[in-house]
Design a protein around this ligand. Structure first.
Ligand SMILES: NC(=O)c1ccc[n+]([C@@H]2O[C@H](COP(=O)([O-])OP(=O)(O)OC[C@H]3O[C@@H](n4cnc5c(N)ncnc54)[C@H](O)[C@@H]3O)[C@@H](O)[C@H]2O)c1
Length: 406
């Protein structure tokens, strides 16, 4: 592909010259992305297959702008100008010729694949076609597009106007120049883009797996109860939420689906195998806060009913043998996962750290943590875990000891 920036739909870092933006799917993510693109100065067309859904989303975007004006966080003139830039439609035919189209329909490969084939037929050959998928391979989505070099992932986090992280995902056939353009555009929109290849879970949903999995295994094996594990990760690890309370917040079903998707896409790698503990919760309908019960039981006002951490036990476990230390065990596996991703060339060390700090609010990036703990120490810890729990889950990344990550 020509590397002239005008080739990619006029994709300059000056976002207004990028041209109109189309957004497909006016749900939670699509509406938020339209909000962000309009605020950045683009004419935006938001379309949804359900009649009236896109128009309703535009109304909701207007209401959000009004609240921002009331709170003094957006000048009234900017809000009315941004809202005037957003129009709605009910089919892909309602989109003008766009510089960029972002798809945010439900997570269904067949649906997305069909939409991309239709979009490629309808939009100029220079339009960048992006998907907000959380888990589907970019090349699979682009399978029926004649020129897949212009297809990439722009993975926004929820809610898009608030969360600054965007994972810019490069499929095997995506042209690097389009990735450059999209990355520059996200920066111009006030976002913090990180780049990665189309690896299962991308950065955040891949590297975060052990945060949940280790806690579930520790509770499952009776080393400590949930409240104590959460207390350790919060109070001794500095994480804003413990892993078990976080899965209740996310929804056990949603968290299990992401984990299962990564597990399936990695050929059922033991490292990502869903736990019986979490499967049991989902089968029992204990989906977390939204169902009133998950790992914890919630009162009507959202408070957690009668569980106290065993602080004495927590103090004994932290700093003890790695197999029973929830904090060291979790950190070792986070570092191992991050190092593996970087060593495979799927993302840079800096981007992994940025993604985990912004996407999951970890207090430190896992590579930075690895440097602090010592990569050789982490290698020994993971090897010890492998001895304690054989079966392939605990494999030290060769990059921990071969000097390739510093
Ligand atoms: N919700 C999140 O936290 C989150 C975060 C990051 C990425 N994602 C991804 O973003 C995408 C959308 O997620 P969401 O939570 O906004 O979903 P959602 O269910 O809230 O919205 C999807 C919208 O797409 C519409 N739609 C369905 N088929 C369509 C079609 N053929 N043409 C046009 N519109 C159609 C639906 O009517 C609905 O309004 C998914 O791929 C999801 O994995 C979600």
């Amino acid at each position: 592909m020509d590397t002239d920036t005008t080739e990619a739909g006029g994709a300059h870092t000056d976002q207004t010259s990028f041209g109109p933006v189309g957004v497909i799917g006016a749900g939670a993510m699509g509406a938020g992305i339209a909000h962000v693109a309009a605020t950045a100065g683009h004419a935006v067309t938001l379309v949804d297959a359900v009649p009236g859904a896109a128009a309703g989303a535009v109304e909701r975007i207007g209401a959000v702008f009004s609240r921002l004006v009331d709170k003094g966080r957006m000048p009234a003139g900017d809000a009315s100008a941004a809202l005037a830039r957003v129009t709605s439609g009910e089919s892909l035919d309602d989109l003008p010729n766009c510089g960029l189209v972002i798809e945010a329909v439900p997570e269904d490969l067949d649906l997305k694949r069909r939409i991309f084939a239709d979009l490629a037929d309808r939009q100029p050959s220079t339009t960048v076609l992006a998907t907000n998928t959380s888990s589907i391979d970019i090349d699979d989505i682009a399978a029926d597009v004649a020129d897949p070099e212009r297809v990439l992932g722009l993975h926004f986090f929820n809610p898009p106007p608030v969360m600054t992280l965007v994972e810019v995902v490069q499929g095997k056939r995506t042209a690097p120049a389009y990735v450059e353009h999209a990355t520059a555009l996200m920066t111009a929109w006030g976002k913090t883009p990180v780049r990665c290849s189309s690896t299962p879970g991308f950065i955040v949903n891949r590297v975060a797996r052990p945060f949940y999995g280790e806690a579930q295994r520790i509770v499952e094996s009776g080393i400590a109860d949930a409240a104590t594990v959460d207390w350790i990760l919060r109070e001794r690890g500095g994480f804003p939420m413990g892993p078990l309370e976080l899965t209740d917040f996310i929804g056990q079903d949603v968290n299990l689906a992401v984990g299962t998707s990564v597990w399936e896409q990695t050929g059922r790698d033991e490292r990502y195998a869903p736990t019986a503990f979490q499967r049991g919760l989902v089968e029992a309908g204990r989906l977390g806060r939204k169902s009133g019960q998950g790992v914890y039981t919630y009162a009507a006002d959202g408070s957690v009913d009668g569980v106290e951490p065993d602080v004495e036990l927590a103090e004994r476990l932290v700093g003890g043998p790695i197999a029973t230390d929830p904090l060291a065990r979790t950190l070792a596996m986070l570092v191992n996962e991050a190092v593996d991703l970087v060593a495979r060339g799927e993302a840079s060390a800096d981007d992994v750290d940025t993604a985990m700090r912004l996407g999951t609010r970890y207090p430190k990036g896992p590579i930075e943590w690895g440097r602090e703990i010592g990569f050789d120490v982490v290698a020994r810890q993971v090897a010890e875990l492998d001895e304690a729990y054989p079966g392939g889950r605990y494999r030290p990344s060769p990059a921990l000891t071969d000097g390739s990550i510093r």
